[in-house]
Design a protein around this ligand. Structure first.
Ligand code: GDP
Length: 198
């Protein structure tokens, strides 16, 4: 699949403010600074898709983009966002949880994980929690151009060891780089498959 058009539709502070459930949706989530905006822009093949996420305030909202006039790419707020006050943090987490658990047109979720780091508690917790749902979950290890391939593989293996304790079937795992373009065609193929089976 190629992304031919990507149009920002709206930002929502909670599930009730999300756009109508007319299109299937594919959501992206990860810790702040994991490389989500870079990846979304690289996937869309043009700069500026996730631009809205850079505007202060928008980082806490759920951002919707209509792709190829047929599906929505959903940019979820980064979990563990450090700069928000405690009440705000609880609020956006609640909105994200609510969206992930109660959005009937959600076709799949991509969790972005920094390949430079050993498994982080918050990533593991998120995958553990969401992995129990019936919606397809894909793990994307980002910034693989920044560390040695053996290091990337070692961090992935450590992550998988944790997952093996919780899941019989491992989620799909991809190694990506927004700088080199590694893994991006594979991600687009997975999105296509998700949309077909949704
Ligand atoms: P976000 O907070 O998750 O949206 O992260 P950004 O996309 O803003 O990226 C955070 C930082 O990591 C920026 O300085 C990016 O230039 C850098 N970055 C993101 N993806 C990659 C990548 O694939 N390779 C490298 N080398 N740097 C990246």
């Amino acid at each position: 699949m190629k992304i031919k058009s990507a149009i920002f539709e709206c930002s929502a502070p909670d599930l009730g403010s999300c756009p109508p459930e007319t299109f299937p949706e594919v959501a992206f989530i990860g810790r702040s600074n994991v490389g989500k905006s870079s990846l979304l822009n690289a996937l869309a093949g043009k700069k500026g898709l996730a631009r809205v996420s850079d505007i202060p305030g928008y980082t806490k909202l759920i951002n919707f983009f209509v792709i190829n006039r047929t599906w929505r790419l959903v940019d979820l707020p980064g979990y563990g966002f450090a700069q928000v006050a405690r009440e705000n943090k609880a609020k956006f987490n609640e909105a994200v949880n609510d969206y992930l658990l109660n959005r009937p047109n959600l076709a799949g979720v991509f969790v972005l994980i920094d390949s430079q780091q050993t498994p982080q508690k918050i990533d593991l917790e998120f995958v553990h929690w969401f992995g129990g749902q019936s919606i397809p979950l894909v793990l994307v290890f980002t910034k693989t151009d920044k560390v040695r391939p053996e290091q990337v593989q070692q961090n992935i293996n450590l992550f998988k060891e944790h997952l093996a304790e919780w899941f019989e079937a491992m989620p799909e795992i991809f190694k990506c780089s927004s700088v080199t373009g590694r893994g991006l065609p594979e991600l687009l193929a997975v999105i296509e498959a998700m949309l077909e089976s949704s």
